[in-house]
Each structure stands twice: as C-alpha cells, then as structure tokens.
Design a protein around this ligand. Structure first.
Ligand SMILES: Nc1ncnc2c1ncn2[C@@H]1O[C@H](COP(=O)(O)OP(=O)(O)O)[C@@H](O)[C@H]1O
Ligand SMILES: O=C(O)[C@@H](O)C(=O)COP(=O)(O)O
Length: 411
C-alpha cells in the first residue's frame, strides 16, 4: 500500500485522484482517522499542516505515518504543493526530516514538478508554466509568498539534510541512470530533486524509486508511482464516476490569480455574490451572520458565491490592518461558519476554492473523509461523504476560468 500524507486538503485530493486515475483503490481521510482500511492500494491522510508551527506539523505527520504503516503502508509519500508552498521556517523540510528518520530512508527523492499542472523542474529550479516560481503570481500568496525558485536553496534552508538536484540529462537517460545517480548521491545528500519536464520524466523517476520507503512532492510523482504500482498489479476497471447534483454553493478564500478569474466569471454570469469584508468587520461570527442573512433573503435558485478573496493590493491592506495570520484566521473561520450555516439550510454540494480555506470548511462540516468521484478539473475531484455531502476542494491555482460556475450549475 502507498500511504500518502498531504499538508493540505486540496493537495490531498489532488494526490488521491492521481492514484485513483491509475486504477488504484484509494481512500482519503481529512485529519487523523481512527483507523485506515488495510485492504486498499493507496490511502491519503490530508492534514492542514502547511502553515502551522513546524513542531506541530511534524507531530501530526508522524501520527499519520504511524496510522498508515500500521495498516500496511510499506511506502510513504509526503504530498506538498506543486509550487513548494512553505513559510521561511518550513514545513516541508522538517516534516521530510522526521519521516526520513522514521522510515530509515537515506536518500529521499521528491519533486514538486507536476507537468499536468504546468509545474516543471529544470536545473533544480521550479517553473510555473513559462515563469520561474519566484516571478509567478505565487510571489504574492497571502501566507506562503514564494520569492525563490531554487529548490535546493529552499530545502537547505528548511531541513537538516543536504539537498542536490538530479539534472535533466540524467533523468532523460531513464530509470537505470536515475537509480545510479541516486546510489552515487546517497553518501553526501539526503534529498534529491530530479529535474522533470514531462510525465515521461516523472515515470522514469518513479520506476527508479518505486520501492523506496519514502518519496514525496506534488501530484505528478504520486501519479507516476501509482502507474508503476498499477502496472505491477494488473488492470482494474469500474464505471466512470458522475458529477453530483443537489443544492450548491460556492465558497472561496483563495486569493490566487486563477481563483480571482473564476470569481469574476461567476459574477459576470450573474450569480449572486457576497464578500466577507474583514476590514469592515474583523469578527468571524458577525461576518458569517451577515452572509447567511444575505443568503436567506435571496430569491433565486442560482447557487450563490460567498468569498473573502481579494487581489494583492487590497489583500495587503487587510493584512496591514489585522496582521497576516489574524486576517487569515478571521476569514477562514467566517467561511467555515458560513459553510455550516448553508448545510443547515439544505446545501449539499459545496464548491470550495483554496487549500487552507477548504481545510477550515471540511473541519467545520465534520467531514472525516470520503470517496473520490469524478474530476471536475485536473486534480480537482468531487468527494462524496458518507453523510450525503459532495465537496469539491479546489486548489487556488487549479481549474479553468469557468470551473466554479460549471461545478455549481443546477443538475
Ligand atoms: N481578504 C483577505 N484578507 C486576508 N486574508 C485573506 C483574505 N482572503 C483570503 N485570505 C486568506 O488567504 C489564505 C488563502 O489560502 P488558501 O485558502 O490556501 O488559498 P490557495 O489555495 O490559493 O493557497 C486563507 O488563509 C484565507 O483566509
Ligand atoms: O500541488 C498542488 O499544487 C496542489 O495539490 C496543492 O497542494 C494545492 O494547494 P493550494 O493551492 O493551497 O490549494
């Protein structure tokens, strides 16, 4: 079994659908589950550890690793963001350090490269489509602004083990060349970042590391490892999952450029929209009460949008007024409280934008996990919960501009 630990819930669903796409029997849990089904091919435990203090992230990740290993996971995958989202103090380095110590791994191959999402790694640098990470909109992320694209430098600043890149010339020579490079590097480096420009590169990397006790990175390498596991196990079939119906609402807390486009698209389509304004009312309960009163007064069946999202300048103004962490907390709590209120009012289909935001919503709705359903966009599957809710947890950066609109259309 592959056991994956994800540092946020959108990242967890991205990894889970990468496993499921290859035919692996896959479950996802949000937060630490009481038990993990040992009869599965892949299990993802999605935490909310990306921006919390490093020691807490380590403790939660180790607890998840124990749970997965107890259920028979012989290989662990640490799923972090394809844009290497992390604060200056971590948490990718500290969590990988702890998981490496737990598993005895002495050469950990990991890469955020996810060509399917336009993330590639070359000469140890991370690109977002045609830009270096540090030139991409990720430089303005509210919590994890990424101002460096050099993966080795980023990782060396966070971890106790040294890192090196495996150049594309080696990766393109295939699995044997990669395995030889790993063997050679083992003595001097604990972490290796293979360059990867294509899915074929990631597949070669996966073939070289499929039996390593610990690997990690974005959904790209997770999917490649799943493909290797599926080849070993033989084909699996099942009916294609269908997108859900039910009363819908859209909740957004991501301030990514893509989410802002998706919000604009919803508004242009005439959807009712309400913004949670933390500058005017820095109180989550009051913000949520106003939003729910607005919802109660709507006289349309069209799925509404409640959002906190702002473009960089306006966001900076809120952060200056209330502090970065405090304003994020206020808005996550407000969105989560709105989600709960909407559930009480009969909404069953939640379209959520933003990783931290989705984590807060999932916690408020008491969702402990679910089945991975149809993919509304690459890496963005519907999740069906045991108590009849359908949630779409969208990474801020993912999906076409019409995703929020189409996912919340009447069905
Ligand atoms: N107007 C705002 N002012 C301050 N912080 C905000 C605002 N809107 C959203 N945020 C915070 O920004 C963070 C966005 O992160 P997240 O939900 O993970 O989105 P993404 O998937 O784009 O990373 C959340 O913590 C959210 O509460
Ligand atoms: O790898 C990715 O880009 C995503 O799976 C991911 O981690 C999403 O994080 P957010 O962008 O914070 O939602």
């Amino acid at each position: 079994m592959i056991g994956a630990i994800a540092d946020d819930v959108t990242g967890g669903t991205d990894a889970a659908v990468a496993f499921r796409r290859q035919g692996l029997r896959t479950a996802i849990h949000f937060g630490l589950p009481e038990a993990v089904d040992p009869g599965l091919d892949a299990v993802v435990i999605a935490l909310k550890t990306r921006t919390i203090p490093a020691a807490d992230a380590v403790a939660q990740s180790l607890a998840a690793a124990d749970r997965l290993r107890a259920a028979g996971a012989d290989r662990l995958y640490f799923k972090y963001c394809s844009t290497f989202d992390s604060t200056a103090a971590g948490n990718i380095g500290p969590v990988l350090d702890a998981l490496a110590a737990l598993t005895g791994a002495d050469a950990v191959v990991h890469t955020p490269a996810s060509p399917e999402h336009g993330r590639t790694a070359y000469q140890g640098h991370l690109f977002v489509h045609d830009q270096l990470l540090s030139d991409s909109p990720m430089r303005d992320h509210p919590l994890t602004p990424m101002r460096d694209a050099n993966l080795v430098r980023l990782m060396d600043a966070q971890s106790t083990g040294r890192s090196a890149a495996v150049p594309h010339q080696v990766v393109s020579d295939g699995a044997e060349a990669i395995a030889a490079a790993i063997t050679k590097a083992r003595r001097d480096f604990r972490y290796l970042f293979p360059d990867a420009l294509t899915d074929a590169d990631l597949l070669a990397v996966a073939r070289a590391v499929a039996d390593e006790p610990l690997t990690g990175g974005g959904a790209g390498l997770a999917g490649a490892l799943a493909r290797v596991a599926a080849e070993r196990r033989g084909p699996a079939t099942g009916p294609p999952p269908q997108p859900p119906g039910g009363r819908a609402a859209v909740l957004a807390g991501s301030c990514s450029r893509r989410t802002l486009e998706q919000i604009a698209h919803l508004r242009e389509a005439g959807r009712p929209a309400h913004r949670l304004d933390a500058l005017a009312t820095p109180d989550p309960e009051a913000l949520a009460a106003t939003a729910l009163a607005w919802y109660d007064a709507l006289d349309t069946e069209a799925a509404p949008l409640v959002y906190a999202s702002l473009p960089p300048q306006a966001l900076a103004e809120v952060q200056r007024a209330h502090g970065t962490e405090r304003s994020a907390q206020i808005l996550e709590a407000a969105v989560a409280r709105v989600a709960l209120g909407l559930k009480e009012r009969g909404v069953t289909r939640f379209v959520c934008a933003g990783g931290e935001t989705s984590g807060a919503i999932v916690a408020a709705l008491g969702i402990g996990g679910g089945l991975i359903g149809a993919e509304a966009a690459r890496g963005v599957p519907w999740i069906h919960t045991a108590d009849g809710l359908d949630v779409l947890l969208k990474s801020g950066n993912f999906g076409d501009p019409d995703l929020l609109l189409t996912a919340s259309e009447p069905r």
